[in-house]
Design a binder for this molecule. Structure first.
Ligand code: SF4
Length: 463
């Protein structure tokens, strides 16, 4: 959602006649779109603002605005502490950017806008500078009514506000006309979506968007296990465009920790939901978020998380050590796990998960997967994209496929974080000339993982 917010800023500014500068030194306006989901991200913001103080001294006419979650969280106090910041704009006030700029430029004001509209998402679909035409994210719900005890999001994104189903469908329709093959529906708890007029839910929305001609892939993120209904499972299974990939944050495998986190489900309920989903959607790739070393997490609690990972066998896990956040319940609790202990637990969990992913990805060797090309791989050798099950797939011997191309790729190698294969056309060429090996010859043991260090999963607003 932060990435989409960045595109919203660019779109609104383009309407005002702004163009992107190639460096901060050249810019007349600098916006920092900030994240406060973990302490480290927040500290990076302050480092960056500190470095921009010098630039402001050298270029006094440059306007510097702090936007996003840190802006929402800190509000006026940012302006008090940081005299070189010209304005603060919270997550619920993005559309106010043009008027804020006028106040700064014409009235010499230092505004701070951080409120939320109570009932609905304020959103101008036409004013989003989309990065690529073939893949588009659409906000359907913003904010969160849960109060997980570790999470600052309800403070930085406010309470749930929904868009109307027909507005989302119209936006999806327009994006497909403009070339979108894949649409991702976004919300902090996207499966809590309810049309404010009709009460339609995410299952209805999947049916409606999934029926639009030309759409090849439909996904949604982030789901809360508590809001997953049987209707929604059925809608996923019945809608061909819905991809067999789902991000379903679990956070811990221990009931005691889940209770302290106020996650509103128990381990057995989560596992039941996984079984229902896998029954309904063959080949479903699940990814999740895990917090390690939450206050009070015992060795047994941690072992329960490891055993849950072994039981579910996620295709991807975003794992972090617990990060205390302002204005959260857990901040006040005694935290008796030392940083080295927390890091050691995280390393064990990551090692286990890498083994699971290696096994799951090797099991895909020999299969043919449809890949939506995104660009080149990290070493810029091969065209690279995502399968419907959201795996990174690098295409050996192929480096000129334009982003947005859909190709069928026969998987030859499975690595922990990516797959490697060839298009079917290449396969045929190879069969007619076995000697002209055109890409990745070699030995399984010594090959590097071309997708290593690239996150496998989808971007997530939880952690
Ligand atoms: S973790 Fe997710 S569900 Fe819980 S409060 Fe944060 S955004 Fe809401």
């Amino acid at each position: 959602m932060n990435v989409l917010d960045g595109r919203r800023f660019l779109g609104l500014l383009a309407r005002e006649g702004f163009v992107e500068a190639s460096s901060p030194e050249e810019a007349g306006l600098i916006l920092l779109n900030t994240c406060s989901v973990r302490d480290k991200a927040e500290q990076k913001v302050y480092d960056r603002i500190g470095r921009l103080a010098k630039l402001k001294r050298d270029h006094p006419g440059t306007v510097l605005g702090v936007c996003g979650c840190v802006a929402q969280q800190e509000g006026e106090s940012l302006l008090e502490r940081l005299p070189h910041v010209d304005f603060v704009l919270g997550t619920g006030r993005i559309e106010a950017l043009p008027s804020i700029l006028r106040r700064v430029e014409e009235e010499g004001d230092r505004p701070c806008e951080t409120g939320f509209d109570l009932d609905e998402v304020v959103y101008t679909p036409g004013a989003i500078a989309r990065a690529v035409p073939h893949r588009a994210a659409i906000t359907v719900i913003e904010g969160c009514n849960k109060n997980c005890t570790f999470c600052v999001v309800p403070r930085t994104r406010g309470r749930e506000r929904n868009r109307r189903l027909r507005d989302v469908v119209n936006e999806a329709h327009r994006l497909i006309d403009e070339g979108a093959l894949e649409i991702e529906l976004l919300g902090q708890t996207v499966n809590a979506f309810r049309d404010p007029e009709t009460g339609a839910d995410l299952a209805d929305l999947l049916h409606a968007v999934g029926a639009l001609p030309g759409l090849r892939r439909l996904r949604f993120v982030t789901s809360h296990p508590r809001n997953f209904s049987r209707r929604l499972v059925a809608a996923m299974a019945e809608t061909p465009a819905v991809v067999p990939a789902l991000h379903l944050p679990v956070q811990s495998g221990s009931d005691a920790v889940l209770r302290r986190m106020k996650r509103q489900y128990a381990r057995a309920e989560y596992l039941d939901l996984v079984a229902q989903l896998r029954d309904a959607i063959p080949g479903l790739a699940l990814s999740t978020d895990v917090i390690v070393a939450f206050p009070g997490e015992t060795a047994d609690d941690f072992a329960a998380t490891l055993s849950l990972l072994e039981e579910v066998r996620f295709a991807g896990v975003f794992s972090f050590t617990y990060s205390p956040r302002p204005q959260t319940a857990a901040l006040r609790w005694e935290h008796d796990i030392t940083p080295p202990e927390a890091s050691e637990r995280l390393a064990r969990l990551e090692a286990l998960q890498q083994d699971i992913q290696r096994e799951l990805n090797r099991a895909l060797e020999g299969q043919t997967l449809e890949v939506l090309v995104e660009g080149l791989d990290r070493k810029r050798r091969f065209s690279s994209g995502r399968s419907r099950c959201n795996r990174v797939v690098n295409i050996a011997g192929e480096s000129a496929l334009p982003p947005g191309t859909l190709v069928n790729v026969q998987i030859e190698r499975g690595f922990p974080n990516s797959l490697l294969g060839r298009t079917q056309e290449q396969e045929r060429e190879q069969e007619t000339d076995k000697d002209s090996a055109n890409g990745y010859p070699g030995d399984r043991q010594t090959l590097p993982d071309p997708g290593a260090a690239r996150p496998l999963g989808i971007s997530s607003n939880s952690f």
